[in-house]
Design a protein around this ligand. Sequence first.
Ligand SMILES: Cc1cc2nc3c(=O)[nH]c(=O)nc-3n(C[C@H](O)[C@H](O)[C@H](O)COP(=O)(O)OP(=O)(O)OC[C@H]3O[C@@H](n4cnc5c(N)ncnc54)[C@H](O)[C@@H]3O)c2cc1C
Length: 628
Amino acid sequence: MTSCMDDDERARLGVQASITRRDFVNGALAGAGTSAPGGAVGRPVHADTDTFTGYGGVGDYASANGNTWPVIQAAHRLRDGRYNEAAFQAARPGGEFDLVVVGGGIAGLSAAYYFARATGQAKRTLLLENHSIPGGEARQNEFIVDGERLLGPQGSNDFGVPAVGSGTEADAFFTRFDIPREYRWQPWDEGLRHLRFAPDNYSNMDGFQESQIDVGYHFARATDASPRWYRNIWREGLRDAPFSERARGDLLRWRADHAPLDEAQARYLDTLTYKDYLERVRGYDPEVTRFVEPVVGLLSGVSADAASARLGRQLVEPPDRPLAVSFPGGNSTFARALLRGLLPAALPGADFASLMYGALDFAALDRDSEPIRIRLNATALRAQHHGRDPGNARLRVIYEKGGALFAAEARAVVMASGGWVNRRILTDMPEDLRAAYAQFAYAPALIVNVALKQWRFLYDLGVTACRWFDDGEGFGWCCNIRQTMLCEGHAPPLRPDRPAVLSFYMGLPVPGLAAATQGVVSRTRLLATSYEELELRVRKQMVRLFAAHGFDPVRDIAGIILNRWGHARLIEPPGFHYGREGQPSPLERVREGYGRIAIGHSELNGAQHWTSALEYGKKAGERAARWV
Ligand SMILES: Cc1cc2nc3c(=O)[nH]c(=O)nc-3n(C[C@H](O)[C@H](O)[C@H](O)COP(=O)(O)OP(=O)(O)OC[C@H]3O[C@@H](n4cnc5c(N)ncnc54)[C@H](O)[C@@H]3O)c2cc1C
């Protein structure tokens, strides 16, 4: 998709002025040698920065923003049947291992970590990850603006702090990796206007937590008299918000319907769509569906007329619940903790600050002398038992790296990748597993981090988070600035005249289409749109919202990173979670794996979560340990 925008408009929107183009486009930071603005050192963007992936920020994650073009191309070569049997047979020797793990997200790192623990670190493990850094959906973006190093999550973002002694996996994880449970946050100057921030990028979305966050709502629909901002609309029971009397009453009723579901209720709700539940069962005005649509679209991947009511209903939470929190780089900190646990030399240091901010030693990831090796930029193409016989205790994993194919021998395999990958790679899987996977469908998400040089326009509006309602070609639906967690040596100030990251989280639902079709259509659109087009849309949206309040895209935007997730969510339409017509859920079959292949990815929970990645990765790693 190309833009028909003329040069004047591009200049007005700041496209030429931004570091996204001027300073980084060829991989070198013009006029600053190899150091970043403000003197701090960051690894420059790779020269292969392309029209799809765009600007990736600085530091270790600069060439791994979301699903990058090279990774997508490697995966699509397999999908499109570009490798034949002869090529696989001719693969070069890729080493002998006890365990091969496919996928270096939290689940894959967890599988490798718990496998190592269960086997006394005496066994050889190879972890294959197709991106240039581990972490999967739990990776981070980094910017340096006016001397401040700013982090933002690429996807996986927030967490609830586990109570000490609660006995959960998360509790054990925090203890084992010495992760603090109390935090310091950026202080807010008492001399400034009182403003409340979310410590993550979710708590502000539905406005349930307005008692703790200042949220602005911009109404610019055809039915609204004129575009206008409203602040904290729920605080006064929607009194001033431009909803009809009926919609206002129904929205308040909808919001009050948050009691935890019991098993019978959850099973009933899993038989209908969320839209059906809202409009037919509860009799709410369609405005309620419209209000909740973007939240459902982000968290379930599809619109309310396709998502299960079980999932939609669970999104309504009590107002005033304790806010979830987020590390500066989101849940990348959990992935980094596992990485340090596996290969301490790969993430030098032992403290919290280096856990979040330290540079990786990439050379330490894949050393022949180590029992655990993490191989990056390596795409697994096939994993199967010798002779395609799941009873055989030997397996062969073929992967591509640097344009060549390699074959690794293994005694066990953990697939810590999602079903869209596994169903192509596991060529000897039994028919019932294939049938279960055939029911899995995925939807994309797009996370945009905009580095701002200043954000006085939000300050003047009296808000730190925004949501907008429009009928046109608007981009996204919400954004916010977090109050960042502080640690030793990293304390960027929280001031309206200083840099900050504004994050946009969005799903791409297509109401009216069947669930799986929505995923395909929206993914195709997302992948067919250039970085430049999306960048222009972000800028236009910000102008639309904030220009009247002093925002200037040329002056205020320092950089824009897009994180595209083609398969962000496993879609759960009605009947998926508990199974249809007395049949078990396809999730149950996939959890079993087959032969010497254990499957352990966060999606085995249905709705993905960092704890489900940890849990299913651990189960798979410990299972594999029993086979070697
Ligand atoms: C936009 C977004 C927001 C989210 N927000 C939150 C949140 O706030 N809190 C929360 O708890 N969870 C959140 N999640 C859920 C998130 O999925 C989990 O937290 C967790 O990060 C998933 O880890 P995983 O290891 O199971 O999967 P992934 O992170 O998907 O890891 C799989 C890895 O396998 C790699 N891979 C795939 N195919 C191959 C191949 N053929 N060869 C080699 N490697 C391969 C992938 O590149 C990836 O690195 C969010 C997810 C998304 C997409």
